[in-house]
Write a protein that binds this ligand. Structure first.
Ligand code: NAD
Length: 295
């Protein structure tokens, strides 16, 4: 039976380590600006933005939420981002995606100051990650690598299969695993014989958005499985729903060496890493050196 990788506990530890930076706050430097674009009217986005704001405040940082109606023009949103770019009280900016269809998401992301881009979506940070320069890395994949290193120590030489090639999860995940000296395969919707590809992997990261797609008999015995998927499916009681991942937990946990549950695995890491990235941004923006690896 696989060990359960407890992302909730790891995220709490990460937040506690962030708390060790309290001295920074005495200079009123560590601030997070949450800019809840027109995502402000999307119910899932509302929950995310509320949780991000709550956890930012609980961490002792300031949080500035800009909740804009869905009919906000792109120009108005860009003006908010530009104000935050130059506001010395703000060290981290995130725009809650998805944006409504009349906005160009890439243009909005490109407007964020890369040195305040704590979500790591700006093309400058994508390039920094690809070339090994210090920048900001998207929170969910960085959280996954933290869980993997905590469980396995060095990842060097391991075979890793990432299922999914999105800009938010799959691609940065592959870059991070490559930087850890894994042999990385990126699988996607056009991959031939996915179960056979997955069977080679010491590390499997599933970021697909298909409930319980990865089965236990796809896995190499002892593999470490990171399930990024969050899918809402009908529950056993009428009218109720429940959350499942992209991995069939019941069969996978019979074969894997370790596995993240859904919920309670990767999910809690995302906001904890966002706070971590903001603390890093505050130090860098203030020209202060500190050991980023300690967070
Ligand atoms: P996405 O829809 O942008 O990308 C999905 C990827 O899966 C695509 O690259 C596609 O090629 C691939 N894919 C689709 N069908 C496939 C198939 N049959 N076989 C192989 N590959 C297939 O999704 P995303 O934004 O990367 O998110 C993926 C999942 O992770 C979703 O369930 C999402 O809710 C979840 N997610 C969780 C967190 C978190 O905090 N835990 C954060 C982001 C995303």
């Amino acid at each position: 039976m696989a060990q359960i990788i407890d992302g909730k506990a790891f995220a709490e530890g990460l937040r506690a380590r962030g708390d060790g930076c309290r001295w920074l706050r005495s200079e009123d430097r560590t601030q997070a600006g949450t800019c809840g674009g027109a995502g402000g009217e999307d119910p899932a986005s509302q929950v995310y933005v509320r949780n991000k704001g709550k956890q930012t405040l609980a961490c002792g940082m300031a949080s500035f939420e800009h909740k804009l109606p869905a009919d906000t023009s792109e120009e108005e949103l860009l003006a908010v981002v530009e104000r935050l770019n130059t506001d010395p009280a703000v060290d981290g900016i995130l725009v809650q995606l998805p944006l409504p269809s009349h906005m160009n998401e890439q243009k909005v992301i490109a407007t964020i100051n890369p040195d305040k881009d704590v979500d790591g979506f700006h093309v400058v940070n994508v390039g920094r990650l690809a070339t090994g320069l210090p920048g900001f890395v998207p929170c969910t994949p960085l959280g996954c690598v933290m869980l993997l290193k905590d469980r396995l120590g060095s990842l060097s030489g391991l075979d890793a299969v990432v299922i999914g090639r999105s800009n938010i999860v799959g691609k940065p995940m592959a870059q991070l695993l490559l930087a850890e000296s894994c042999t990385v395969t990126v699988a996607h919707s056009r991959t031939r014989d996915l179960p056979e590809v997955v069977r080679r992997a010491d590390i499997v990261v599933a970021a697909v958005g298909r409930p319980e797609m990865v089965k236990g008999d796809w896995l190499k015995p002892g593999a470490t499985v990171i399930d990024v998927g969050i899918n809402r499916v009908p529950g056993s009681e009428e009218g109720k729903t429940r959350l499942v991942g992209d991995v069939d937990f019941a069969s996978a946990s019979e074969v894997a060496g370790a596995i993240t549950p859904v919920p309670g695995g990767v999910g809690p890491m995302t906001i904890a890493v966002l706070l971590r990235n903001t603390i890093v941004a505050a130090h860098r923006n203030a020209g202060l050196s500190f050991d980023e690896g300690s967070l």
